[in-house]
Design a protein. Structure first.
Length: 157
């Protein structure tokens, strides 16, 4: 089942799958571009943020599609800024991302609620917990105040 949004940090194995790059290339680009800053945990495991993934995707566009050298990509990063290169990567990832359908979300929430009720949790508490989880999920996905307002109006109708 697809996710509703991107997790906060992903391991290198998930990053290479999303970016369609070998792990050694990702590690090498990390040494060449100081702007790529994965969190390195115990044992040297790398975890990448969404911002890192967008930046790496943008660097991939510069190096692979626009055929710039590493030096040229670094120069462009310095001149145009990190947000420009991230935007290149975000545009690429937006074309490949498929949002979850409302039916799939509803099924997942229904199954979660059913498990909670089976465990003896009251329906009121289940409803409150699902609402809180939904709000957190929307915030993690980058929902803005306008989205929350539309949802609130839809629930009143």
């Amino acid at each position: 089942m697809p996710s509703l949004c991107t997790p906060t940090f992903v391991p290198i194995s998930a990053a290479v799958e999303r970016l369609d790059l070998p792990a050694h290339v990702l590690r090498f680009w990390g040494t060449q571009f100081a702007q790529i800053r994965p969190v390195i945990r115990a044992g040297g495991r790398r975890y990448y943020s969404q911002a890192d993934l967008e930046l790496i995707a943008g660097i991939k566009v510069l190096l692979r599609e626009q055929r710039l050298t590493i030096a040229g990509a670094k120069q462009l990063l310095q001149q145009r800024g990190i947000s420009h290169v991230r935007a290149l990567g975000k545009a690429t990832s937006d074309q490949t991302t498929t949002p979850m359908s409302a039916g799939t979300v509803r099924s997942a929430l229904d199954a979660t609620a059913a498990r909670a009720v089976e465990s003896g949790t009251s329906m009121q508490i289940v409803g409150e917990q699902l609402a809180i989880a939904g709000i957190k999920m929307l915030r993690e996905c980058g929902a803005d105040a306008d989205t929350f307002e539309k949802l609130a109006l839809a629930n009143v109708a």
